[in-house]
Design a protein around this ligand. Structure first.
Ligand SMILES: [Zn+2]
Length: 227
């Protein structure tokens, strides 16, 4: 975000402190000082000055793991941007989230390594959904897909289910159901992805998984998927 005439306020997701915002003096006057150190999608080493005020100050930033293939690929860039937006909305400031850190570093590396002709578009959405489900579980909103979140009744695996994103999972029809219908196939895929198992899915199915993760985040974290 632009700040004053020549400064920026940058938000970082850090290994040690979770989400932090820092004032970057002079960043809009000269792009040389931090070079690629302010570009999203890379792993950076930051030197932050913390004087106890709400904003830290960025003293130095250098790239330690560059994801050049990722930033050169529109689909990968879009997925990485979505994942970072999810983190920004779900993670409270200055709270270490080691699981989410591991997740985002793994996702960005996978998006970077996978760029090339052999990657199908659904692979990107599957990676993104995997990160989304793991992130939800990390922040305490893990999806319940096996039983009704209201009455606890187990729903047979071969059945389609109704999901209420605000309830965090399946709501059976006797409990009022939910706004989102998942076919038995997508439900099984979602459960496998949430368990970290490898799956094969069509593009439509992979997109449905990303939408499921994003709808749950919107219901819990006030995420506006458009921003
Ligand atoms: Zn129920």
């Amino acid at each position: 975000m632009a700040y004053g005439e020549s400064d920026l306020v940058a938000t970082f997701f850090t290994e040690s402190d979770g989400k932090v915002s820092a004032l970057v003096r002079g960043a809009r006057r000269s792009s040389k000082r931090f070079a690629g150190g302010l570009e999203p999608m890379h792993v950076l080493a930051l030197t932050l000055e913390d004087k106890g005020s709400e904003l830290m100050r960025l003293a130095d930033s250098r790239v330690v793991e560059m994801h050049l293939s990722l930033v050169g690929d529109l689909a990968a860039l879009d997925a990485g941007g979505r994942a970072l937006r999810w983190l920004r909305h779900l993670c409270p400031p200055r709270t270490p989230e080691p699981g989410a850190w591991e997740g985002i570093v793994g996702l960005l590396a996978a998006l970077d390594a996978g760029v090339g002709e052999s990657r199908a578009p659904e692979d990107i959405d599957l990676e993104l959904a995997r990160f989304g489900f793991a992130l939800l579980a990390e922040v305490g909103y893990g999806l319940e897909l096996d039983q009704c979140t209201r009455c606890g009744k187990t729903v047979p695996a071969e059945r389609a289910v109704m999901v209420d994103p605000a309830a965090g999972g399946v709501v059976c029809t006797s409990c009022g159901g939910g706004a989102m219908r998942l076919s038995s196939r997508v439900r099984a895929l979602a459960a496998a992805v949430a368990r970290g198992e490898p799956v094969a899915a069509s593009l439509d199915e992979a997109r449905a998984l990303v939408k499921l993760a994003e709808d749950v985040m919107a219901a819990h974290g006030g995420l506006d998927p458009a921003r």
